[in-house]
Design a protein around this ligand. Structure first.
Ligand code: ADP
Ligand code: MG
Length: 702
């Protein structure tokens, strides 16, 4: 067995289980080993019955005192029931629909039970507790790992697979972190760390193991980013001739703000730079600050010089929106603009590709489809990526491969504090549009709880009857998605969070409550064409209320929208909420942003108030950074399904691991100074890991 052995080759893993693993992104032994527990139950903390209190989650060492009895209840359920004891009391234990357990709990045998206990006077009861057989002199592990799962996998399935991989894979030569760095930061070697993270003997070894994997992840990330940056700086991009920008500026219905002019100047200097160093620049600015026109100007400069540009958006909706805005402007300037997304039909696609290859097309706009090999340019110079607040290192790496001799401009709508921008966009120079175009109205923001539901519905009705439109945003489509989002958690009990609203159900309820409104649902699992259709209908005011998951946050412009309601607002990052707010208040109508949260937590309330009191994205970002650390700016805090090309950290949580990130970057720089392409044998696992994280595209970066 090697780390590459597919899970389907594991004992007991058939088609269904392999598919379940695949849904969690697990394909081979390595993935199994790096599928870390999301939490640990502290089962080693054994209590005596006399010390427990009602509803407590406890670990008990009990001996079976009565033969288990199976009985039928309600005609269809089997109930298995027995009594077990310790030195201080007796407890009734019950299980449902697992009649085979009657043979497991043998009279006189001892088990460690873990679960919630019910206490009534001196009577104790446990219902369906977890259990492990206990043998005298063979202590059970202190911690019990709990893994993220996907149906029909069980905890035991994953545990068994981990065991197989751990004993079967040769790990000595696979350590991503070179020995000298491990020594310097006192990090355990791979094998020990894997053992300790999956079945920790005690808390210190678990903490050490976690520290190691956090470092490993951030270090790999740092190496990949640094290599990309070095590769980009080492490339040669077309030197664009100086162009007169007047025709472009004259075609606009407004004049640029001072901030837009400043950023445009940065870009112009990069593009026309005589030494041919490729531009690698981040254009950041609040939602509505006018990034698109600055990017369009960059494209104009290139096209006027006889070159071509690509503009890549993270979703089809956004690609369509850009196309609409930019093609209108460019048609006035005599530059051919085309749109290429997954939903373009084969015949049209052929024509678009041919026109691009012949050089007729000046700017092509699309989604990741632009990254495929069939897309060929005659004379490319600039790639613009609109990633909004996504962490786009992977897209950037893919683009770096496609055009390492191209200029790149990345647009991001997350107002990030400078220090963080440095880390997240370590491979880019930064221009910030820190000023809004004139005449923006303030969006009134309120924080309410469930008791306002009736009034909220009445308010929607009022907006709609006055001709306005409404966004209602829920954090997720299905509540099951919640599971996979929990990070590695050392707490025994997770904090009680308000139940998450499900967009599908929510939409049904809203339709029932507001039968006179046209209400539609849009979410990330719909096809691109479906989403696009709904979005167009909303833009054309054929829909009054759009219920959505966060797919709409990306740059869609519907100026008639006057109200946005965000459900489970406590689950969103402040910057994300701020971005959502930018979707309303874009037109003439007085607009409102209402955050619904039933969270009792003071911190959550305080956070939401920041939003109520501030309208400047950079201020909100700073406040969030102070209150919560950088987590919300990074994918760890994102509440959406992972999409192609999207990068997320697995174990690292930059709220806590900021310092480690700094160390990781320092180590990466040091290593790459000695071995710029990681070609030495010792660095082979690191190079492989960087490629895995960044995508195969890494291989040609150097
Ligand atoms: P974002 O930065 O969110 O991408 P957009 O580029 O979509 O912002 O711009 C938002 C709106 O502001 C657009 O309708 C655009 O036409 C308008 N706009 C951009 N720049 C200016 C400006 N200098 N003056 C007035 N309106 C502007
Ligand atoms: Mg935009």
């Amino acid at each position: 067995m090697t780390l590459e052995t597919p899970v389907s080759a594991f004992y007991g893993v058939g088609e269904k289980k392999a598919a379940a693993y695949a849904r969690m992104g697990i394909e081979c032994a390595r993935d199994i080993l790096y599928h870390f527990p999301r939490a640990y139950q502290r089962r080693g903390n054994i209590k005596s019955l006399c010390d427990v209190s009602d509803a407590e989650v406890v670990s008990l060492l009990l001996t079976v005192a009565s033969r288990p009895i199976n009985t039928m209840v309600k005609g269809r359920m089997t109930l298995t029931k027995f009594v077990a004891f310790d030195d201080t009391g007796k407890c009734t234990v019950t299980y449902f629909n697992q009649s085979y357990l009657a043979d497991v709990f043998k009279l006189g045998a001892t088990f460690r039970f873990y679960g919630k206990i019910k206490v009534r006077g001196n009577r104790y009861e446990m219902s369906s507790p977890a259990y492990e057989a206990y043998f005298e002199g063979k202590p059970l592990p202190e911690f019990f790992a709990v893994y993220p799962l996907s149906e029909p996998l069980t905890q035991k399935n994953v545990k068994d697979a981990v065991k197989i991989a751990l004993s079967g894979c040769p790990l000595e030569k696979e350590d991503v972190i070179p020995g000298n760095i491990r020594d310097k930061y006192s990090l355990p070697p791979l094998k020990k760390a894997l053992n300790d993270i999956h079945s920790p003997a005690d808390y210190p070894s678990l903490a050490q193991a976690r520290k190691r994997f956090v470092f490993e992840e951030l270090f790999t990330f740092a190496c990949a980013v640094t290599m990309t940056k070095n590769a980009v700086h080492g490339g040669r991009a077309p030197i664009i001739p100086q162009t007169d920008t007047k025709p472009f500026l004259d075609a606009l219905p407004y004049t640029l703000t001072a901030a837009q002019k400043r950023c445009a100047k940065d870009i112009l200097l990069d593009l026309t730079n005589k030494d041919g160093t490729p531009m690698a620049r981040l254009l950041s600015g609040d939602v509505g600050s006018g990034k698109t026109v600055v990017a369009a100007l960059a494209a104009y400069i290139c096209c006027s010089g006889g070159y071509q540009c690509a503009l890549m958006a993270p979703t089809e909706i956004l690609a369509n929106q850009h196309y609409k805005d930019i093609s209108e402007l460019f048609s006035k300037l005599g530059i051919k603009c085309s749109l290429l997304t997954g939903s373009v039909r084969a015949s049209a696609r052929k024509k678009i590709l041919a026109e691009l290859e012949s050089g007729e097309t000046g700017i092509i706009i699309g989604t990741h489809a632009l990254l495929t090999d069939t897309v060929k340019f005659a004379n490319p110079a600039l790639v613009i990526t609109d990633e909004q607040h996504r962490f786009g290192v992977m897209q950037r790496a893919a683009l770096a491969e496609k055009g390492k001799d191209l200029h790149t401009l990345v647009m991001s709508a997350t107002p990030i504090p400078r220090t963080l921008a440095h880390i997240m966009y370590g491979d880019l120079d930064i221009s910030q549009i820190d000023e809004m175009p004139p005449g923006r109205q303030k969006v009134d923001t309120y924080v309410v709880n469930e008791s306002f539901r009736e009034r909220l519905n009445a308010f929607i009705r009022k907006q709609v009857s006055e001709g306005g439109q409404v966004y209602a945003v829920c954090p997720s489509i299905e509540s099951e998605e919640e599971e996979g989002l929990v990070g590695l958690d050392f707490c025994e009990e997770t904090e009680q969070k308000p139940k998450m609203k499900n967009a599908v159900e929510y939409c049904d309820k809203l339709r029932a409550a507001l039968p006179e409104c046209r209400i539609e649902l849009i979410h990330g699992k719909q096809s691109g064409a479906q989403k696009d259709k709904t979005m167009r209908a909303f833009a054309a005011h054929e829909i009054d209320v759009l219920v959505s998951t966060t797919v709409i946050e990306v740059g869609v412009n519907v100026p008639n929208a006057s109200l946005m309601i965000v459900e489970n607002a406590e689950r969103f990052g402040l910057s994300q909420l701020h971005q959502l707010r930018g979707r309303v208040g874009r037109g003439e109508r007085k607009s409102y942003f209402i955050l619904v949260s039933d969270s009792e937590s003071e911190v959550a309330k305080e956070r939401l108030n920041v939003l109520k009191e501030n309208s400047n994205g950079y201020k909100i970002a700073e406040a969030d950074l102070k209150m919560r650390g950088p987590g919300d700016f990074l994918p760890h805090g994102e509440h959406r399904a992972k999409q192609h090309g999207e990068f997320t950290f697995g174990i690292a949580n930059l709220c806590d691991d900021m310092e480690t990130l700094t160390d990781a970057f320092a180590c990466a720089e040091e290593i790459l100074r000695e071995d710029p392409d990681l070609s030495s044998g010792e660095h082979a696992p690191l190079l492989k890991a960087a490629r895995r994280m960044y995508g195969e595209e890494m291989k040609t970066v150097n």
